[in-house]
Design a protein around this ligand. Sequence first.
Ligand code: GLA
Length: 492
Amino acid sequence: MSTPVPSFESLDKIYDPTAVPKQEKRYKKLIAEFEKVYQRKPEFVVRSPGRVNLIGEHIDYCGFGVLPMAIERDVIIVGSTIDEDTKVRLANINDKKYPAREFDYEGKDKVVTIDATKLEWSNYFKCGYKGMLEKFRLDKPKGLFLMVDGTVPAGGGLSSSAAFVCASALAVVTANKLSISKTELTEIAIVAERNVGVNSGGMDQSASVLSEKDFALHVEFVPKLHTAPVPLPVTSPKLAFVIANTLVTADKFVTAPRNYNLRVVETHMAALFLAKVLNLPPVDTLKEVYDLYYQDSSLNEVERFSDLLAKAEQHYPKDNTEGNGFTLEEVSKMLDIPVKELQARYMTRFPVETDYFRLLQRTKHVLSEASRVIEFRKTCENSKDDSTLKALGNLMNASQESCDKMFMCSCPEINNVCEIARKHGSFGSRLSGAGWGGSTVHLTTEDNVPKLIEVLKNEFYRKTYPNITEEELDDAIIATKPCSGAAIYTGF
Ligand code: GLA
C-alpha cells in the first residue's frame, strides 16, 4: 500500500510561502461561512488542487506517460457529520453560480443517482461520493454538512473537475473516518469521474492527488499507476511557468461527443489498426502496440517511437476524403469489424458524433507526444546549463504544433496567445489540458514574468475582450509554482 493522504497542520506545507497569507484568509472565510450556514463547527477540512500539464497531451488514455504539476488553485471542502441521518447537504461559497443541493444515500449498491445528461455542479461531488462508498460499502454512511470553495476556473483546462472529484472523495473518507492511500484515492477518482459522461484518462486525478510541492510529476499508467517527482531545472535566471487562460470555455462535458470522447475512440481504433497490420493480437491502446511490438527490440525508447511512426505512415491506406480521415464504413473494412460492432464497442457508452475518423493524424500526435514526454523528463533530470530552457521550450512548441495540426485540439485564441508569448520571452508555449479553449502554459524566466503578463494583457486580452475587468485579467493569468497534492488540513 502506498503512502496515506497527508495531513498538514500548517498551510506552508501546501502552498508557496508567498501564497500563505492569502490562503489563510480564504480558509478562515470559508469556515466562517460554513458556521453561518449550518450553525455548527467544522470537523474537517480537505483540499485537492488543479493541475497544469507541462507536456503529454491526450496520451494518458492511450496508456502513455504524462508530465503535469499541481498548482495553487484548488478546491477546499469544509465539513462536519451527523449520525442521525445519511443526507448530504452541499453548499458552495459561490452560491449564485452553484446553488445549494441536498441528496440522500441510496444504499450500498446504487449509492447515489447521477444524471449525466445535465451539466450540474453537484454531479462532481456525487462522483467522489459514489466512488468512495462503492469501495467501502457502508451500511450507514454519516450524514454530511459541506461547504465548498473552488478557485480552479471551470472549463479552463486546469482540471477543475478532477480537483473537485478528488476533494469530494477525500471529504467522504475523512468524514467517515476511513483510511485510504494516495494511490487508491487517485484510482477511485479516475473511475468515479467517468460517471459524468466523459471518458477521461487518469492524468488530472493523479496530478491532483500525487503531486509533491516543488516538483513536476511524471505519471505512468502501465503496467500500473506509477508516479515520480521530477525536479525542475535550476537555471539562472530561474525558470518560471505562466498560465494564461484564453477564457474560451472548453467544457469537456458539453463538447465531448465531437471532441474528447471522439479522440478517445479514434486512438482506440488506431491502436487496433496498427496491431492488425503489424500482426499483433488485437489491443486497446497504442501503448500496448508499442510494448508488444518492441518487447525484444534493441532500439531505445525514443527510436522505437520514430520507428513506429514510420510504420504507421507506411501502412495506412490513403484516405478518400482529402485528409479528412475515414468514414465508419472504411474503418470497418480496415479493421475487419462490422459497423454495428464498432458502434456497440465505441459509440454507445459515451456519446460520439462524427462523419470521419482521422486515425493517422491521431497516431502521429500520440506517438510523437509520448516521445517528447520522455525527452522532457530526461532534459529536466540532466540539466547542466542554460540551454536546458531552450531544449524544454522546443519540446513544448513541438507539442503545440502537433496538438494543433494532428490532434486538432487547439483553437485560434490558443494559437494567438502562444505566438504572442513566444515573441516576448517564452521559450515554449502550448495548450494545457484537453484544449479547444481553456488554458495555455508558457516557459519563461522569473525576471521576464511581469513583462510577459503585461504583454499578454495588452496584446491578447484587451484586444480580444475589450470589456475585460482588471479582476478578470488577474484571474486569467497565473504565475504558479508546483504545489502539493491532495491533503487534509488540520490547522483550523
Ligand atoms: C483532460 C482529461 C485528461 C487528459 C487531458 C488531455 O484534462 O481529463 O485525462 O486526457 O484532457 O491531455
